[in-house]
Design a protein around this ligand. Sequence first.
Ligand code: NAP
Length: 245
Amino acid sequence: MISRVALVTGASRGIGRAIAEQLAADGHRVAVNYIRSEDEAEAVAEKIRAGGGEAKSVGADVGSDEAVAGLFQEVESSLGPVEILVNSAGITRDGLLLRMKVTDWDDVLATNLRSVFLCTKVALRPMVKARWGRVISVTSVAGISGNAGQANYSAAKAGIIGFTKAVAKEVGSRGITVNAVAPGFIETDMTAELDDATRAEVKRRVSVGRFGTPQEIAFAVGYLAGEQAGYVNGQVVVVDGGLAI
Ligand code: NAP
């Protein structure tokens, strides 16, 4: 097993947290990014260190180019150049399009899509030099099939898919793979606000009959991050329990 440096954006909670823990369990040194939850992110890093791994929590708004530059500098000086980038930070600002504010559009696009452009661009330079790298972005089934009340989020997540496929073609020959994982409905803070009727409807539409766990997404990301996944490029791995759209 080769130990790599991994940066997971939005790793203080939910899916990002499970991914950070999975990559650490796979032997990688992990940077745990957050925007507000400093204590939670530090707890994730501390848990990894307590288990014998190496980890550091780093705060940064991944939608801001200045903050992203600082984030990569901090990770490089403490752990080394990023070899595995996982773009997991994301937010929702739901509402029907006719009532959607411009700020709801801009905020969702900045955190979910602009961040993927900014972080991937900075990460790629040393990866190209090293002729090895993994970029994995967390998109959503909403980006494939669309979701009423989530025009902003669906557009951002669809954007990640186009970005992933384009960049995979640009850097595949350099030993770098660029893929996406599309979760369905996963038990995190993001889905905690769904009402009982919506939860029942989701379970009815999912063939395995339940919400997924963050760990079930982390396993897919761990696979794509591994040495053995070097022949998987420009793909979207859907992990949705068999969701009927
Ligand atoms: P979550 O529990 O709400 O956690 C969101 C994470 O993103 C937190 O760590 C948060 O940090 C971080 N974050 C938010 N804005 C950020 C910013 N500007 N800069 C840096 N970090 C930021 O969400 P989740 O459910 O785990 O979702 C993780 C990813 O999976 C997202 O991309 C989401 O769109 C996607 N996804 C989720 C589901 C689902 O059912 N949950 C389904 C499909 C796709 P703080 O703690 O500091 O706020």
